[in-house]
Design a protein around this ligand. Structure first.
Ligand code: CDP
Length: 239
């Protein structure tokens, strides 16, 4: 097979298994308010990820120890369905889901006006129905839409997207395959309006320059995803 230098360039620039450009996210779909019985809910698809979020509250904390006299408390539970991954996941919490639940609450908290609801609790249930890499970010993005759908007063949305390094190249929104093969994966969550960072994790190694490039790219990804969050809420509530 003979290919021209131009063809070679376009193939090597695509460079990603699924043909995406380095700064391209996977196909994304978000819907707000799809569960009748929850106070707020959302459904998100990002590439092969399928995630459902239900929000309850703010409501009075039943457990006294949980109550804060001056504000509400946010609790998150990230859960993977047994059928969500290639190898059946054992039901129930494990180290990974406990960690993701914790960082999700921390990523969402700065956006919420918790002082309005003393002694209350807000519960966020993130159910991963199918996973294909980047579920913590997708869960945070979906949870923020579900919180808005619940009518929770917020300073801004929270939106998350990972950037990382695959085959020496900085790329946006790694797939499971890229995460496995790649050199680094860096999930980032921000409040899009002032770009305050509410989550920054990193798995793998990046130089200072690569880190800065990845952070810029992740923020750009977040801003694209934020548009889709806003469209989902507009579809449900109008302007
Ligand atoms: O999902 P995220 O990238 O935020 O977290 P991760 O711990 O880096 O996991 C990456 C991917 O590995 C997940 O999205 C799943 O697709 C997959 N995974 C799996 O196949 N089985 C598990 N028990 C956990 C994760």
């Amino acid at each position: 097979i003979i290919i021209t230098p131009d063809e070679f360039k376009s193939v090597s620039e695509a460079a990603r298994e699924d043909g995406r450009a380095p700064d391209e996210i996977r196909p994304l779909k978000i819907e707000a308010g799809i569960l009748e019985r929850a106070d707020g809910s959302s459904y998100l698809e990002l590439g092969g990820n399928k995630i459902l979020v239900a929000v309850y509250g703010p409501r009075e904390a039943q457990i006294k120890k949980l109550q804060r006299p001056d504000r509400a408390v946010i609790r998150c539970r990230y859960n993977m369905a047994p059928f969500s991954v290639e190898e059946r996941k054992r039901p129930g919490p494990d180290r990974r889901s406990v960690e993701i639940s914790k960082i999700t609450a921390e990523a969402l908290r700065p956006a919420l006006i918790l002082e309005k609801f003393p002694r209350s609790v807000i519960d966020v249930f993130i159910e991963v129905l199918e996973a294909e890499g980047g579920t913590r970010c997708a869960g945070i993005t979906a949870a923020s839409v579900a919180l808005a759908d619940a009518g929770m007063p917020m300073k801004d949305m929270v939106v998350a997207c990972a950037a990382g390094k695959v085959n020496g190249k900085i790329v946006l929104d790694l797939s499971e395959e890229e995460d496995k093969r790649g050199e680094a994966d860096m999930p980032v969550a921000i409040l899009p309006r002032n770009k305050e960072i509410t989550l920054l994790q990193s798995d793998g190694n990046l130089t200072q320059e690569e880190f800065e490039e990845a952070l810029d790219l992740a923020i750009k990804g977040c801003l694209k995803i934020n548009k889709v969050q806003k469209e989902a809420l507009k579809r449900k509530y109008g302007e």
